[in-house]
Design a protein around this ligand. Structure first.
Ligand code: C5P
Length: 246
């Protein structure tokens, strides 16, 4: 998150006008659609900042569990969301490093359990509200690529390029499986398919900021596209929307 090598406990600082003038690309979509990978590559190619909003929900859930909060304690989780003490950093090779209250949690937040716990706290309106200003503060020059579920609908409704990235449920489960295995984490394809289906259902049916494409989003189905092909498509759209970056 943030520009490469950038380390910050609060993210870039907000400006009075909410930085509507900063070019923003939002990439929303369901779990395993490849948003994170695509957003990271596009941000690095453009030299823009990157917001991994899912990490924030994962961190709130993790901090709540570490403090012994009940999973349904909305006020407690909202408090954490507002005052989250987190540092995002990256190794020179691009490997992410995330510190929560001074303790490294890079691997812990990437498990399926952390994803499921994130999806539960993400359904709490005051948690979402508590993270809003922090997310918007990432909109800093020269530009931002924001990855999540509600980037184009709620957090950056004025973004000039909105992508809704999707893929078939089978393909998303397969990608998640590979991602977890590559990180040396344990994974089971059948269990992952069920977990992804459950997370999709919860994310799409919640009352606040449900997962859905913004009216002006471009839907990209990546089921049979390579990562390079999706990146090329997003960069092509970006070049048309933000001519100065040509
Ligand atoms: O993208 P990631 O898998 O890290 O997100 C974890 C969970 O956080 C999602 O399943 C979703 O419930 C929640 N989330 C959200 N809004 C976002 C990003 C993530 O509700 N903008």
């Amino acid at each position: 998150m943030g520009a490469e090598g950038q380390s910050t406990s609060n993210g870039p600082q907000p400006t009075a006008n909410g930085r509507q003038d900063v070019p923003i690309i939002t990439i929303d979509g369901p779990s395993g659609s490849g948003k994170g990978t695509i957003a990271r590559i596009v941000a690095s190619k453009l030299g823009w900042h990157m917001l991994d909003s899912g990490a924030l929900y994962r961190l709130v859930a993790l901090a709540g569990a570490d403090r012994g909060l009940a999973p349904d304690d909305e006020a407690g989780h909202a408090q954490i969301a507002k005052a989250l003490d987190v540092v995002f950093d990256a190794e020179p090779d691009g490997e992410e490093r995330i510190w929560l209250e001074g303790v490294e949690v890079s691997a812990r937040i990437r498990t399926e359990e952390a994803g499921a716990a994130a999806s539960r706290v993400a359904a709490m309106p005051s948690v979402r509200e508590g993270l809003l200003a922090r997310q918007r503060a990432f909109a800093q020059p020269p530009g931002l690529v924001a990855d999540g579920r509600d980037m184009g609908t709620i957090v950056f409704p004025h973004a000039r390029l909105k992508i809704f990235l999707t893929a078939s449920p089978e393909e998303r489960a397969r990608r998640r499986y590979k991602q977890l295995k590559d990180k040396g984490l344990s994974a089971n394809l059948a269990a992952l398919s069920l977990e992804i289906a459950e997370r999709d259902r919860r994310d799409a049916s919640r009352a606040v900021a449900p997962l859905k494409p913004a009216d002006d989003a471009i839907v990209v189905d990546s089921t049979s596209m390579s990562i390079d092909a999706v990146v090329a498509r997003v960069l092509e759209l970006a070049a048309a929307r933000f001519p100065v970056n040509r």
